[in-house]
Ligand binder design. Structure first.
Ligand code: F6P
Length: 360
């Protein structure tokens, strides 16, 4: 009998359950009744504080289409992992202790950037770890696609679709603020899919004059409304040229906006005299059911993770490269961000159809 630990860590997404199901069903197929899966509650927290339960094969039935995570999740910042908790507990030692006490063969981690760093840390500490790439941000280095991303693209695109009709009726400028943390993948894809006129992402700092000129040009062409898809991490050229300290100082002394979309909205209203509305779909982008693409990706990645366990091939994150499922060493993934290359072909193609990125 082998025992496998499993946890979901960091911000949730639509396809976590589908992925766990992929891992579990494949393990049951490979090992028959000779495998037990231990589920840790709320991510690494469950591993630190030995909060877990033995899972049954029936737990993994009927969850392919269910969003969220049946194990619960939490954010346990990587930076804090080496810092003892309020009771002086050494978290890394505690995780190793739980793993050894349960005599786990391997720990399966479903997580994004921070979670992959902790997975690598545990691997370096001698635990057998296999991880899977989760995040709606698609910013994990080493994989072309993360599970959760395409489902979030669907939600953000529907938000932009819905805005179209109301924007057209009122002849307004609408800003839809899209998640994505420090990268622009989600905004770029949802913006193109939703037919946004202007897309602003962190990787291409914008010039407000260019944005305003694009809006005026639409007016000159007789267009009644405009839609901007703006990443939550979008930044102006001016702000991008400042040091962290200078930016902090600037923000301290200026008007405090809830987010970049509101700041832009105020600037656009002032510079164009047009009526602007801001829509923030927020966490709806992580909610609902996984889209078919994610269900397939999750199933494939889950099966590949189980296969790595069967081969006792540890210390890897499963990934997808050119449509094929593969693996990448955790030490290569940890601490790297996959950002949008401003010169990549998707940006060039978007510009070809007239989308403005605020840069030229
Ligand atoms: O990483 C996923 C994500 O949804 C980001 O796009 C966003 O910046 C962040 O998580 C929000 O985090 P929280 O759910 O902790 O507010």
């Amino acid at each position: 009998m082998i025992r496998i630990g499993m946890l979901t860590s960091g911000g949730d997404c639509q396809s976590l359950n589908a992925t766990m199901r992929g891992v579990a069903k494949s393990l049951y197929k490979l090992y028959g009744g000779e495998v037990e899966i231990i589920g840790f509650e709320d991510g690494y927290k469950g591993l630190i504080y030995a909060d877990y339960h033995a899972m049954k094969s029936s737990d993994f039935s009927g969850i392919l289409t269910k969003g969220g995570t049946i194990l619960g999740t939490s954010r346990q910042p990587f930076k804090q992992m080496r810092v003892p908790d309020e009771n002086g507990l050494d978290k890394v030692e505690a995780m190793k202790h739980t793993y050894r006490k349960l005599k786990l063969e391997c720990l399966v981690v479903l997580g994004g950037n921070g979670s992959q760093k902790t997975a690598n840390l545990l691997h370096e500490e001698g635990l057998n770890v296999v991880s899977l790439p989760k995040t709606i941000d698609n910013d994990l280095w080493g994989t072309e696609m993360t599970f959760g991303f395409q489902s979030a693209v669907n939600v953000a695109t529907s938000a932009i679709d819905c805005i179209h009709t109301t924007a057209a009726s009122h002849g307004r400028v609408f800003i839809v603020e899209v998640m994505g943390h420090k990268v622009g993948w989600l905004t770029l894809h949802a913006g193109i899919a939703g037919g946004a006129d202007i897309i602003l992402i962190p990787e291409i700092p914008y010039n407000i004059d260019t944005v305003v000129e694009a809006l005026k040009e639409r007016n000159r062409q007789g267009k009644r409304f405009s839609i901007l898809a703006v990443a939550e991490g979008a930044i102006s050229k001016e702000d991008a040229s400042l040091s962290k300290k200078e930016l902090k100082e600037k923000r301290k002394n200026g008007i405090v906006y809830p987010s970049v979309a509101y700041e832009l909205g105020a600037q656009i209203e002032e510079m164009t005299g047009q009526e602007v509305r801001v829509t923030v779909p927020g966490h709806t982008q992580r909610g609902g059911e996984p889209c078919p693409y994610d269900r397939v990706l999750s199933t494939r990645l889950g099966a590949a993770a189980a296969e790595l366990i069967r081969q006792k091939n540890y210390g890897y994150m499963v990934c997808i490269k050119r449509g094929e499922i593969s693996k990448v060493p955790l030490e290569e993934v940890a601490g790297k961000l996959k950002t949008v290359d401003p010169d990549c072909s998707i940006i060039r193609e978007a510009k070809m159809v007239g989308i403005c990125f605020g840069d030229e």
